[in-house]
Design a protein around this ligand. Structure first.
Ligand SMILES: Cc1cc2nc3c(=O)[nH]c(=O)nc-3n(C[C@H](O)[C@H](O)[C@H](O)COP(=O)(O)O)c2cc1C
Length: 193
Protein backbone atom coordinates (compact mmCIF):
# COMPACT_ATOMS: atom_id res chain seq x y z
CA UNK A 1 0.00 0.00 0.00
CA UNK A 2 1.68 3.28 -1.02
CA UNK A 3 2.04 5.84 1.76
CA UNK A 4 0.09 8.94 0.66
CA UNK A 5 2.33 11.13 2.83
CA UNK A 6 5.43 10.13 0.90
CA UNK A 7 3.90 10.53 -2.57
CA UNK A 8 5.30 13.52 -4.42
CA UNK A 9 2.74 16.21 -5.32
CA UNK A 10 2.27 16.82 -9.02
CA UNK A 11 3.16 20.30 -10.06
CA UNK A 12 0.45 21.81 -12.27
CA UNK A 13 2.45 23.81 -14.78
CA UNK A 14 -0.69 25.42 -16.24
CA UNK A 15 -2.10 26.63 -12.95
CA UNK A 16 -1.17 29.87 -11.29
CA UNK A 17 -0.87 29.05 -7.60
CA UNK A 18 -4.01 30.00 -5.71
CA UNK A 19 -5.94 30.99 -8.86
CA UNK A 20 -8.92 28.97 -10.06
CA UNK A 21 -8.19 26.58 -12.92
CA UNK A 22 -9.15 28.10 -16.25
CA UNK A 23 -11.84 26.66 -18.51
CA UNK A 24 -9.26 26.56 -21.29
CA UNK A 25 -6.97 24.21 -19.33
CA UNK A 26 -9.99 22.05 -18.45
CA UNK A 27 -11.05 21.89 -22.12
CA UNK A 28 -7.55 21.02 -23.31
CA UNK A 29 -7.21 18.34 -20.63
CA UNK A 30 -10.57 16.74 -21.46
CA UNK A 31 -9.56 16.93 -25.13
CA UNK A 32 -7.08 14.14 -24.38
CA UNK A 33 -9.99 11.84 -23.60
CA UNK A 34 -10.78 10.31 -26.98
CA UNK A 35 -14.47 9.96 -27.84
CA UNK A 36 -16.74 8.91 -30.63
CA UNK A 37 -18.98 11.49 -32.25
CA UNK A 38 -22.78 11.53 -32.24
CA UNK A 39 -25.55 13.77 -33.43
CA UNK A 40 -28.33 14.07 -30.85
CA UNK A 41 -31.58 14.60 -32.72
CA UNK A 42 -35.05 15.44 -31.54
CA UNK A 43 -38.50 16.26 -32.84
CA UNK A 44 -41.18 18.56 -31.46
CA UNK A 45 -44.26 18.58 -33.67
CA UNK A 46 -42.99 19.32 -37.18
CA UNK A 47 -39.71 20.77 -35.91
CA UNK A 48 -36.64 18.58 -36.32
CA UNK A 49 -33.28 19.42 -34.78
CA UNK A 50 -29.79 17.94 -34.44
CA UNK A 51 -26.62 18.81 -32.51
CA UNK A 52 -23.18 17.23 -32.59
CA UNK A 53 -22.38 15.81 -29.15
CA UNK A 54 -19.61 13.72 -27.62
CA UNK A 55 -20.76 13.93 -23.97
CA UNK A 56 -22.85 10.79 -24.47
CA UNK A 57 -22.39 8.04 -21.87
CA UNK A 58 -24.26 4.86 -21.06
CA UNK A 59 -25.55 5.04 -17.48
CA UNK A 60 -27.44 1.89 -16.52
CA UNK A 61 -28.40 -1.52 -17.85
CA UNK A 62 -31.49 -1.96 -15.65
CA UNK A 63 -33.28 0.18 -16.63
CA UNK A 64 -31.48 1.03 -19.89
CA UNK A 65 -30.31 4.61 -19.45
CA UNK A 66 -28.02 6.92 -21.42
CA UNK A 67 -27.03 10.54 -20.78
CA UNK A 68 -26.03 13.56 -22.81
CA UNK A 69 -24.88 16.93 -21.45
CA UNK A 70 -26.28 19.90 -23.36
CA UNK A 71 -25.19 23.53 -23.12
CA UNK A 72 -28.06 25.64 -21.76
CA UNK A 73 -27.35 28.18 -24.53
CA UNK A 74 -27.74 25.63 -27.35
CA UNK A 75 -30.99 25.63 -29.34
CA UNK A 76 -31.05 21.88 -28.75
CA UNK A 77 -31.50 22.55 -25.03
CA UNK A 78 -34.91 24.18 -25.49
CA UNK A 79 -35.90 21.59 -28.06
CA UNK A 80 -35.06 18.71 -25.70
CA UNK A 81 -36.91 20.37 -22.82
CA UNK A 82 -40.02 20.66 -24.99
CA UNK A 83 -39.81 17.39 -26.88
CA UNK A 84 -38.99 14.93 -24.07
CA UNK A 85 -37.48 12.53 -26.60
CA UNK A 86 -34.13 12.27 -28.35
CA UNK A 87 -32.06 9.92 -30.46
CA UNK A 88 -28.31 9.41 -30.32
CA UNK A 89 -26.90 8.91 -33.83
CA UNK A 90 -23.39 7.39 -33.71
CA UNK A 91 -21.39 8.69 -36.66
CA UNK A 92 -19.08 6.79 -38.99
CA UNK A 93 -15.76 8.05 -40.26
CA UNK A 94 -17.38 8.97 -43.56
CA UNK A 95 -19.69 11.42 -41.73
CA UNK A 96 -17.23 14.14 -40.73
CA UNK A 97 -19.24 16.68 -42.71
CA UNK A 98 -22.40 15.67 -40.83
CA UNK A 99 -20.61 16.37 -37.56
CA UNK A 100 -19.42 19.79 -38.79
CA UNK A 101 -22.89 20.71 -40.03
CA UNK A 102 -24.53 20.03 -36.67
CA UNK A 103 -21.70 21.61 -34.66
CA UNK A 104 -21.44 24.97 -36.41
CA UNK A 105 -23.78 27.71 -37.42
CA UNK A 106 -23.59 28.78 -41.05
CA UNK A 107 -25.56 30.73 -43.64
CA UNK A 108 -25.46 27.59 -45.80
CA UNK A 109 -27.18 25.28 -43.35
CA UNK A 110 -29.21 25.16 -40.15
CA UNK A 111 -29.56 22.45 -37.55
CA UNK A 112 -32.84 21.19 -38.92
CA UNK A 113 -32.79 18.06 -41.07
CA UNK A 114 -33.19 19.80 -44.43
CA UNK A 115 -31.21 17.93 -47.07
CA UNK A 116 -30.12 15.33 -44.53
CA UNK A 117 -31.57 11.91 -45.42
CA UNK A 118 -33.22 10.35 -42.38
CA UNK A 119 -35.91 8.05 -41.08
CA UNK A 120 -37.95 8.28 -37.87
CA UNK A 121 -37.52 6.16 -34.78
CA UNK A 122 -40.50 5.08 -32.63
CA UNK A 123 -40.32 8.22 -30.43
CA UNK A 124 -40.42 10.38 -33.57
CA UNK A 125 -36.76 11.43 -33.29
CA UNK A 126 -34.93 11.42 -36.64
CA UNK A 127 -32.25 8.83 -37.40
CA UNK A 128 -29.62 10.02 -39.89
CA UNK A 129 -29.12 7.63 -42.80
CA UNK A 130 -25.65 6.06 -42.87
CA UNK A 131 -24.91 6.36 -39.14
CA UNK A 132 -23.32 3.34 -37.44
CA UNK A 133 -25.99 2.86 -34.82
CA UNK A 134 -28.68 4.74 -32.93
CA UNK A 135 -30.40 4.85 -29.54
CA UNK A 136 -34.00 6.04 -29.35
CA UNK A 137 -34.75 7.61 -25.95
CA UNK A 138 -37.44 9.16 -23.78
CA UNK A 139 -36.10 11.71 -21.31
CA UNK A 140 -36.65 10.58 -17.71
CA UNK A 141 -34.40 13.01 -15.77
CA UNK A 142 -33.16 16.56 -16.47
CA UNK A 143 -30.34 17.26 -14.05
CA UNK A 144 -28.74 20.67 -13.50
CA UNK A 145 -25.02 20.53 -14.27
CA UNK A 146 -23.54 24.04 -14.18
CA UNK A 147 -23.93 25.70 -17.58
CA UNK A 148 -25.17 22.38 -19.02
CA UNK A 149 -28.19 20.18 -18.36
CA UNK A 150 -27.66 16.43 -18.08
CA UNK A 151 -30.48 14.74 -19.97
CA UNK A 152 -30.91 11.12 -18.94
CA UNK A 153 -32.96 9.09 -21.38
CA UNK A 154 -34.55 5.67 -21.09
CA UNK A 155 -33.53 3.74 -24.17
CA UNK A 156 -36.67 2.42 -25.85
CA UNK A 157 -35.08 1.36 -29.13
CA UNK A 158 -31.65 0.77 -30.62
CA UNK A 159 -30.18 -0.43 -33.86
CA UNK A 160 -26.80 -1.18 -35.43
CA UNK A 161 -27.20 0.15 -38.94
CA UNK A 162 -23.73 0.06 -40.52
CA UNK A 163 -20.38 -1.71 -40.08
CA UNK A 164 -18.40 1.29 -41.38
CA UNK A 165 -15.46 2.62 -39.32
CA UNK A 166 -16.30 5.05 -36.49
CA UNK A 167 -15.62 8.79 -36.44
CA UNK A 168 -13.29 9.66 -33.55
CA UNK A 169 -12.63 13.02 -31.84
CA UNK A 170 -9.34 13.78 -30.09
CA UNK A 171 -7.73 17.09 -29.10
CA UNK A 172 -10.18 19.02 -31.26
CA UNK A 173 -9.55 16.93 -34.36
CA UNK A 174 -11.43 14.23 -36.22
CA UNK A 175 -9.82 10.90 -37.01
CA UNK A 176 -10.34 7.15 -37.11
CA UNK A 177 -9.89 4.11 -34.89
CA UNK A 178 -7.01 1.66 -35.14
CA UNK A 179 -6.95 -1.70 -33.34
CA UNK A 180 -4.14 -2.18 -30.87
CA UNK A 181 -2.38 -5.45 -31.71
CA UNK A 182 -1.40 -5.79 -28.01
CA UNK A 183 -4.84 -6.85 -26.78
CA UNK A 184 -7.66 -6.17 -29.18
CA UNK A 185 -10.04 -8.58 -27.37
CA UNK A 186 -10.14 -6.62 -24.07
CA UNK A 187 -13.43 -4.96 -25.00
CA UNK A 188 -15.04 -8.31 -25.85
CA UNK A 189 -14.00 -9.70 -22.47
CA UNK A 190 -15.51 -6.75 -20.59
CA UNK A 191 -18.76 -7.14 -22.52
CA UNK A 192 -18.92 -10.80 -21.46
CA UNK A 193 -18.47 -10.03 -17.74
C1 LIG B 1 -17.08 16.87 -31.51
C2 LIG B 1 -18.03 17.83 -30.86
C3 LIG B 1 -18.72 17.45 -29.73
C4 LIG B 1 -19.62 18.31 -29.10
N1 LIG B 1 -20.28 17.87 -27.98
C5 LIG B 1 -21.19 18.68 -27.39
C6 LIG B 1 -21.90 18.20 -26.25
O1 LIG B 1 -21.74 17.07 -25.79
N2 LIG B 1 -22.80 19.04 -25.67
C7 LIG B 1 -23.02 20.32 -26.13
O2 LIG B 1 -23.85 21.05 -25.57
N3 LIG B 1 -22.34 20.80 -27.23
C8 LIG B 1 -21.46 20.00 -27.87
N4 LIG B 1 -20.78 20.43 -28.98
C9 LIG B 1 -21.07 21.79 -29.49
C10 LIG B 1 -22.40 21.84 -30.28
O3 LIG B 1 -22.42 20.87 -31.32
C11 LIG B 1 -22.57 23.24 -30.91
O4 LIG B 1 -22.55 24.23 -29.89
C12 LIG B 1 -23.83 23.39 -31.73
O5 LIG B 1 -23.69 24.52 -32.57
C13 LIG B 1 -25.12 23.55 -30.93
O6 LIG B 1 -26.19 23.63 -31.84
P1 LIG B 1 -27.66 24.12 -31.46
O7 LIG B 1 -27.55 25.55 -30.97
O8 LIG B 1 -28.45 23.97 -32.73
O9 LIG B 1 -28.17 23.21 -30.40
C14 LIG B 1 -19.86 19.60 -29.62
C15 LIG B 1 -19.16 20.00 -30.77
C16 LIG B 1 -18.26 19.12 -31.38
C17 LIG B 1 -17.53 19.56 -32.63
Amino acid sequence: MPDPESAATLDHPEAIKGAPLSGEVFRRTMGRFVTGVTVVTTRFGDELHGMTANSVTSVSLDPLLVLVCVDKKADTHDMLMKAGVFAVNILGRHQGEVSVRFARRSEEWSHDMEGMPHHFAVTGAPIIDGCLAYLDCRTVIEHHGGDHTIFIGEVVGAGETSDADPLVFYRGRYGGFTDSPADSTAGDRRAAE
